[in-house]
Design a protein. Structure first.
Length: 166
């Protein structure tokens, strides 16, 4: 007989999962659409299995306790995964905050950076720090063609020098 956790007993007759699906009219295209069972589906299957078990030959207590233990483990793993996602978000925010704090110490300092293609060098003075769409950059003030101050956003990866150049 198949693994007892993959069987369903209805009216005293035990079916494996695929046979039961076919007797219930589940189309072949629907079988396997959802490859993972969440904790609610697992509990629903357990309750259905208990509801349709043969009263003259009930499920063994050991099997029942094993299924409850699996359900409990599944629920705890789901909770851990959710909390782990929260921790990841928190760490990302801390990383951004630390980086912004470090970059803010550059305000007022001269920097040199390259264009995206790395061929042209620019110089300016850091006037601020920006976080846009999770990307941290500095705002540099440069002299425009007419001599007026202009601000431009500089990606950190493009900065080649901090301080006065030679």
């Amino acid at each position: 007989m198949a693994n007892s956790l993959n069987t369903i007993t209805v009216d005293g007759k035990t079916y494996d999962l695929e046979t039961y699906k076919s007797t219930q009219g589940v189309k072949a295209s629907e079988v396997g659409k959802k490859n993972e069972l969440d904790k609610d589906a697992f509990l629903s299957l357990l309750v259905t299995q208990m509801q349709y078990q043969d009263p003259l030959s009930p499920m063994d207590n050991t099997e029942y306790l094993a299924q409850l233990a699996q359900y409990s483990s599944l629920e705890q793993m789901t909770n851990v995964a959710s909390k782990l996602g929260d921790v990841y978000s928190l760490v990302e925010n801390i990383d951004s905050s630390v980086l912004v704090g470090q970059l803010s110490s550059m305000i007022g300092k001269d920097i040199q950076w390259t264009s995206s293609d790395g061929k042209t060098f620019y110089e300016g003075t850091v006037s601020g720090v920006s976080v846009t769409d999770g990307k941290t950059s500095v705002i540099a003030t440069v002299k425009g063609p007419d001599g007026s101050d202009m601000s431009t956003k500089v990606e950190i990866a493009n900065i080649t020098r901090v301080g006065k150049g030679v």
